[in-house]
Design a protein around this ligand. Structure first.
Ligand code: LLP
Length: 437
C-alpha cells in the first residue's frame, strides 16, 4: 500500500529521504528507537484540522451548533486541551472521564454526561462540578437524579436519550439506536413518551432537549436523516405538554477510513444531511431552532493516530500461512478481535519497497484471536523492522488492557519535527500498584 491519497494517514505523513515514514516532521523509525514500541503517535496538525473541520462544517450550515468531542474515543490531558482550544465541548461517559475533564479545567457547562448506568457517586461528581447537561438514559436515573438535585436545592438541566429504532448497519456490537438495545428510551415501546412526561414534571430537573446515537462507525448518511425525522416528529407531540426543544443531539458515529476500499463520507456530507434534516423538520413541525449538538469521537482522533510496532519472529506454515509477530497486539488494539475490524499497514522503515509477501500480522498475546491484520501484502519483513498501522487513533488506547501483564504503550504527540510524550509507557511497577502483597 502506498499512503498518498489513501486518506488513512495523518495529513502530515510523508516519506523522507531515508525512505522512512515521517509524521509531523518526525521520522517514525527514530521515534520508535527513542520511545520504544509499541508506540502510538498522534499528529497535532491532523487533530486540530479535524476539530476545525467539524466546527466549521456544522457552524456554516447551522450557526447554533456545538461539537462535543466524544472523549471515549481517546481522552488524555493533551487531547482534551486541544479539543477545548479548538472550541469543542466534551462528551463524557463515566466518572473517570469527567474527573479527567475536571483535572484539565474543561468548562463544566460544555460537558455532556452520558452513560446507561451512571452511579450515584458519578452523578454527585457531575453535580459538584456543575456539568451542563446530564443525558438521562433510564427511569432509574431520572428518579435518582431528580432526588439528588432536590436534596441539594438545585435544578439540573437534562436531555433524554431516545432510541429511535433505526439501524445504521454497523457491527452488532456498536449498534445502539435499535429496539433491542440497552441504551435509551425507546420511541416504539412508549417508554420515550413516559420518560418525557416524567422529566417534564420532575421538580428538580429541566428538560432542555433530546439526544439519540445510532451506532458507530456509520458509513451511510440516510440513517441520520431517517432518525432525525423520526425523533423530531415524535417530540413535536409534546409541545402542548410543555416540551420546549432547546437542544437536539443526533449523537456521533461518523466514519473514518480504515482500509482504502471503504472510504468514509466527508465531514461536510454528514453536516449537510444533519443540518438540513434538523432545520427542515423543525420548521415543518414549528419546533423553533434548537441548538444542534453533535458528538464526533472516532472522526476527530482516528486519522491522527498511527501505531508503531517492531517486527519479531516469523512462522512459516508451508502452503498455509506466514505469521509475523509484532510486539503489541490485542492488548493495545482489541478492535480486530472484538469487531473483526480491518486495518492496513506499511513498513515504516522501508517505505519505497514493493510488496512481495502475503503475511498475517499477529500480536504477542496468548490468544489465537490476537490477529491485527490477516493476509496483507508487504515487503519481506525482517526482525527489527518498524511497522506502522494507520487510523489507530480512536478506541485503541482507551480500550487497551494489561492482559498477560503487558504494560500499555507510550503515546507521543508530534508537530513540526518535535515529539513530546503525552503518556509514558507503563512499567511493571505501575501494573502492581493496586495489588495487595
Ligand atoms: N455519542 C454517544 C452517545 C456514543 O455512544 C458514542 C460512541 C459517540 C457519541 C461517539 O461515536 P464516534 O463518533 O466515536 O463513532 N469501541 C467501538 C466504538 C464504540 C462507540 C460507542 N459510542 C469501536 O472501537 O469501534
Amino acid at each position: 500500500m502506498t499512503f498518498e491519497n489513501s486518506g488513512l494517514f495523518p495529513l502530515t505523513a510523508a516519506v523522507n529521504e531515508a525512505g522512512r515514514l515521517e509524521i509531523g516532521g518526525c521520522d517514525t523509525v527514530a521515534l520508535a528507537a527513542e520511545f520504544g514500541t509499541p508506540l502510538y503517535v498522534y499528529d497535532e496538525d491532523t487533530l486540530r484540522r479535524m476539530c476545525r473541520e467539524f466546527v466549521g462544517e456544522f457552524a456554516s450550515r447551522y450557526p447554533d451548533s456545538l461539537v462535543a468531542y466524544a472523549s471515549k474515543a481517546f481522552l488524555n490531558p493533551a487531547i482534551g486541551r486541544i479539543a477545548l482550544e479548538e472550541g469543542l465541548g466534551l462528551d463524557v461517559v463515566s466518572g473517570g472521564e469527567l474527573a479527567l475533564g475536571r483535572a484539565i479545567a474543561f468548562p463544566p457547562d460544555l460537558i455532556y454526561f452520558h452513560g446507561n448506568n451512571k452511579t450515584l457517586p458519578e452523578l454527585e461528581l457531575a453535580l459538584d462540578y456543575g456539568v451542563g447537561r446530564v443525558v438521562v438514559d433510564s427511569f432509574h436515573e431520572l428518579r435518582m437524579l431528580d432526588e439528588l438535585a432536590g436534596s441539594r436545592g438545585e435544578v439540573q438541566d437534562i436531555m433524554l436519550r431516545l432510541s429511535p429504532g433505526v439501524d445504521p448497519h454497523t457491527h452488532v456490537h456498536t449498534t445502539t439506536g435499535i429496539l433491542d438495545s440497552k441504551f435509551g428510551f425507546s420511541v416504539e415501546t412508549g417508554h420515550a413518551a413516559l420518560a418525557i412526561r416524567q422529566a417534564l414534571t420532575a421538580p428538580n430537573l429541566d428538560l432542555v432537549g433530546v439526544h439519540f446515537h445510532l451506532g458507530s462507525p456509520i458509513f451511510e448518511l440516510e440513517p441520520f436523516s431517517i432518525a432525525i425525522d423520526t425523533v423530531l416528529t415524535f417530540v413535536s407531540q409534546f409541545k402542548d405538554e410543555g416540551l420546549e426543544l432547546r437542544e437536539f443531539s443526533p449523537g456521533g458515529g461518523f466514519a473514518i477510513g480504515y482500509v482504502r476500499e471503504q472510504p468514509p463520507p466527508a465531514v461536510a456530507d454528514y453536516a449537510q444531511v444533519i443540518a438540513s434534516a434538523t432545520r427542515g423538520r423543525c420548521a415543518d413541525l414549528s419546533l423553533g431552532t434548537p441548538r444542534l449538538v453533535v458528538e464526533p469521537g472516532r472522526s476527530v482522533v482516528g486519522r491522527a493516530g498511527v501505531a508503531l510496532y517492531s517486527v519479531g519472529g516469523t512462522k512459516d506454515i508451508p502452503t498455509v500461512r506466514r505469521y509475523v509477530s509484532l510486539d503489541g497486539g490485542m492488548g493495545d488494539n482489541i478492535r480486530p478481535a472484538l469487531y473483526e475490524a480491518r486495518y492496513e499497514a506499511v513498513l515504516a522503515s522501508r517505505m519505497n519497497e514493493s510488496p512481495e509477501d502475503t503475511v498475517t500480522l499477529v500480536g504477542k498475546y496468548c490468544e489465537s484471536g490476537d490477529v491485527l491484520i490477516r493476509d496483507i501484502e508487504l515487503p519481506t519483513l525482517a526482525e527489527g523492522d518498524v511497522l506502522a498501522i494507520p487510523s489507530s487513533g480512536a478506541y485503541a488506547p482507551p480500550m487497551s488492557s494489561n492482559y498477560n501483564l503487558n504494560p500499555r504503550p507510550a503515546i507521543v504527540m508530534v508537530t513540526d519535527g518535535d515529539a513530546r510524550l503525552i503518556r509514558r509507557r507503563e512499567t511493571f511497577e505501575d501494573m502492581m500498584r493496586t495489588e495487595v502483597f
